[in-house]
Design a binder for this molecule. Structure first.
Ligand SMILES: C[S@@+](CC[C@H](N)C(=O)[O-])C[C@H]1O[C@@H](n2cnc3c(N)ncnc32)[C@H](O)[C@@H]1O
Length: 212
């Protein structure tokens, strides 16, 4: 997926992946990360997910990154938060107490950008990327930090639509994160509440994984 594809969607206001409410699997499984209060959670390809607000309300620090600065402005502005904007060598940064959102390329992140991160929450990040980029994503994430990942992925009949989002089966998750302990936390039929139904998807399950 080219950056321009995503940037244009943000400019057009076309963000159908945005749930507008905290993700059900996040709410159900966050405790599996066994985080101390005030832990710092990295949210790659964060968009303006309500999940970040929920994590903040749960007492955690949030560090997100998305290509589009519109995502950061809409998230912070949408919650009535006062924030500062600054530009760095690799990313612009939008900051409010306990929430730091970077605007720029995930693949340009360096380890120092993620200093202090205790865990990763990935919902609709891995599955937003085509297969070769998913490999690059998992490799880059591993090069940046060693931290447990709460991954929320999805599976649907691959032939039904052209991604994104892409279905990512268990075999691929195990290959991408080979060498790590991977636990399936649960899965749920989410077709009834998914916008993918309108695109022609007939079966859709969301899976939660803990990668340690
Ligand atoms: C499917 S959306 C998911 C957003 C969010 N995680 C959620 O659950 O609502 C994928 C997001 O990834 C962002 N994105 C895609 N490629 C990226 C990259 N290389 N670096 C940073 N963000 C990227 C897009 O702008 C888009 O907001």
């Amino acid at each position: 997926m080219e950056a321009e594809f995503w940037l244009q969607r943000w400019r057009d206001g076309g963000t159908p992946w945005n749930e507008g409410a905290p993700n059900a699997a996040l709410r159900r499984h966050l405790h599996r990360l066994a985080l101390a209060p005030g832990s710092r959670i990295f949210v790659p390809l964060c968009g303006k997910a309500e999940d970040m607000w929920w994590l903040r309300q749960a007492g955690h620090d949030v560090l997100g990154i998305d290509l589009s600065p519109i995502a950061a402005r809409e998230f912070l502005g949408g919650h009535g938060l006062a924030y500062t904007e600054s530009s760095g060598p690799r990313h612009a940064a939008f900051e409010s107490p306990g929430i730091r959102l970077l605007a720029g390329d995930f693949f340009a992140l360096e380890a120092e950008d993620l200093a202090g991160v205790d865990a990763v929450y990935d919902r609709a990040a891995l599955v937003a990327l085509p297969a070769p980029t998913r490999q690059r994503y998992a490799r880059h994430l591993a090069s940046l930090l060693e931290a447990p990942i709460l991954l929320v992925s999805m599976v649907y009949p691959e032939h039904e639509i052209e991604g994104p989002p892409f279905p990512v089966p268990e075999s691929e998750i195990r290959a991408l994160y080979e060498g790590r302990r991977i636990r399936h936390l649960g899965d749920e039929d989410i077709i009834a509440r998914s916008n993918l139904r309108k695109r022609g998807v007939t079966q859709l399950r969301e899976h939660a994984w803990l990668i340690e």
